[in-house]
Design a protein around this ligand. Structure first.
Ligand SMILES: Cc1cc2nc3c(=O)[nH]c(=O)nc-3n(C[C@H](O)[C@H](O)[C@H](O)COP(=O)(O)O)c2cc1C
Length: 362
């Protein structure tokens, strides 16, 4: 196993065995959807279908980027992909960097498209590699490897800053992404990994031709926490300290979704601490087009396909029930239901120049 393979393996073990959750929430606890005692719809007519990056999904849900590159991660990808295909939801693969460096492990990613031939599949490459010189050629290899419908480009400055020997040069990366959006044959989705996206960056990304954002805000898996545990194991006291100090760094998911959806027309996948069908409905009412989850799906996938299927089926059932209770027949109607925003989330939005009441009076 090379260093990247060892690191990938470690990420999975630490995420599953250690506390890697932020101490602050997503902000969705501050969001309440208005109950309709007379929803005036029939539960059986609630339609959760969406179209995202050219693919039809039966529910606005995506398995966020997790893994690939080792035989263990191939098994996990196989399970995730099988369930994604059965449920008609989307799936992202983990960073494909390892398969560009070492093409003989490409099959650990390719398995996703083999097992999920028809659903939405997202490729994955990182800003640090783009910053170090990778461009359209490598991005296209990632897309072709899994016949991806879109390519996620992950932004992880927090993780790299805390990672021992992380790649921390983010200079000039926007121009390099522009080149990729102009020349790649599929849409580009810019994806955070747990610290959220502010509207200022979202606007810049929209201007250079990016098609969508995956928010991955604060409230779920903390990459500062993951790197803290790794640093402790390998006895790097500076990084151990930094990971603890910046454990909760970033923008909570609900705030990030609201900011970016209000100020851009990008397709938005809400992720980072999304855990329930109710969270899904709230995120869509705040402007998201779909929702992504990573760690909860990984935890079920390692138990087996049946457990993961059952878990996702219940989340989707909860989501559908909330749609019924707010009287939304479809996702377009859910986007327009009133959402009351209070507490820290409302305060934050006000200080960022938005009016939280725009969501409640509509
Ligand atoms: C074990 C593990 C590995 C991950 N690897 C990647 C990756 O390679 N690329 C990426 O963009 N995000 C990666 N992520 C981040 C997730 O896609 C997601 O953005 C983040 O975990 C927040 O979602 P959650 O709170 O539902 O876990 C990984 C997450 C986990 C738990």
């Amino acid at each position: 196993m090379n260093n990247i393979e060892k690191r990938k393996q470690r990420h999975i073990r630490i995420s599953l065995e250690e506390n890697v959750k932020t101490d602050i929430g997503t902000g969705f606890d501050d969001v309440t959807l208005v109950h309709r005692c007379l929803p005036e719809i029939d539960f059986s007519e609630v339609n959760m279908d969406i179209s995202l990056f050219g693919k039809h999904l039966k529910a606005p849900l995506i398995i966020s980027a997790i893994t690939g590159g080792t035989s263990y991660s191939k098994e996990i990808n196989k399970t995730l992909a099988a369930v994604a295909e059965k449920m008609g939801i989307g799936i992202g693969v983990g960073s494909q960097r390892i398969a560009i460096d070492k093409p003989e492990v490409a099959h650990t990613f390719r398995v996703v498209r083999e097992v999920a031939p028809s659903t939405l599949v997202l490729g994955n490459i990182g800003c640090p590699q783009i910053s170090l010189g990778w461009g359209v050629e490598e991005a296209q290899i990632c897309v072709d490897m899994i016949k991806a419908d879109a390519l996620s480009v992950h932004m992880n400055p927090l993780q790299e800053a805390i990672q021992v020997c992380g790649d921390t040069n983010y200079k000039g990366v926007i121009d390099k992404i522009k080149n990729i959006t102009e020349n790649l044959n599929v849409p580009v989705v810019m994806k955070e990994t747990g610290a959220g996206i502010a509207h200022e960056e979202a606007e810049k990304l929209e201007a250079i031709g990016v098609a969508g954002l995956e928010i991955s805000g604060v409230g779920g898996t903390s990459w500062a926490a993951v790197e803290h545990h790794i640093a402790r194991e390998i006895e790097d006291s500076d990084m151990e300290f930094l990971g603890k100090a910046l454990w909760n760094w970033g923008i909570p998911t609900a705030i990030s979704v609201a900011e970016t959806s209000l100020n851009t027309n990008l397709q938005i996948i809400a992720s980072g601490g999304m855990r329930t069908g109710l969270d899904m409905a709230k995120a869509i009412a705040l402007g998201a087009d779909a929702v992504g989850m990573a760690l909860p799906f990984l935890a079920e996938a390692v138990k087996g396909e049946k457990d993961l299927l059952e878990f996702i089926r219940k989340i989707v059932l909860e989501f559908r029930t909330v749609m019924f209770l707010v009287g939304a027949r479809n996702i377009e109607e859910l986007k327009k239901v009133p959402a009351v925003i209070t507490g820290r989330t409302a305060e934050w939005l006000k200080f960022r120049g938005f009016d939280p009441e725009d969501f409640s009076f509509r």
